[in-house]
Ligand binder design. Structure first.
Ligand SMILES: [Zn+2]
Length: 181
């Protein structure tokens, strides 16, 4: 039970690269299209990913389309959430900055708490922006069929880990090594 099931993936990698330069090879459009996928309009970005070609760790079953769709949905929902968070924070910041510029001669304590509020809002916005970028990157990898490789060592990040942390870019080993630094 080791490497045997990895071999049929080679072919799908080939179709992947063929599709990216031209995309007129109207190939495996619907290997396992189910009702679930049809209703899943948000995830429909056109070209289907061969889920079986995505890397998994030893002992893990290959990705199924439903599992990948679930991760994709999570990421898409996160993107919407982070975007509205950024919008709200930006609006708040605009308000805070306006209040700040009008506040000549205010109590220093008020100015202090206004600054604190502004900094908190800013770090909230920055964090949301970072998470937004990471979510978009993960989605891009899903679309390109390159989802699930560790950024550091290139080994599979692992399906279980990605289901828990769809934005993970490192395998557990590399992540732990990074945290120890
Ligand atoms: Zn790694």
């Amino acid at each position: 039970m080791t490497t045997a099931k990895a071999s049929p993936a080679d072919k799908s990698i080939a179709t992947e690269s063929a599709a990216s330069n031209g995309g007129q090879t109207g190939q495996p459009s619907a290997p396992e299209l189910r009702a679930h996928d049809v209703t899943h309009a948000v995830a429909d970005k056109g070209k289907p990913v061969n889920v079986k070609s995505l890397p998994v760790r030893e002992g893990e079953e290959p990705w199924t389309k439903a599992e990948l769709d679930e991760v994709r949905t999570t990421l898409e929902e996160d993107i919407v959430r982070f975007q509205s968070q950024i919008e709200i924070s930006t609006a708040e910041l605009v308000g805070l900055l306006r209040d700040g510029s009008e506040g000549a001669g205010r109590d220093p304590a008020d100015v202090g708490s206004a600054n604190f509020e502004r900094d908190a809002e800013m770090s909230l916005a920055n964090n949301a922006r970072e998470m937004l970028d990471q979510s978009k990157l993960a989605l891009r990898h899903i679309e390109l069929g390159s989802f699930g490789h560790c950024d550091n060592c290139g080994q599979p990040i692992g399906k279980g880990r990605l289901q828990a942390f769809p934005r993970a870019t490192l395998c557990v080993t590399c992540k732990q090594r990074e945290e120890r630094r």
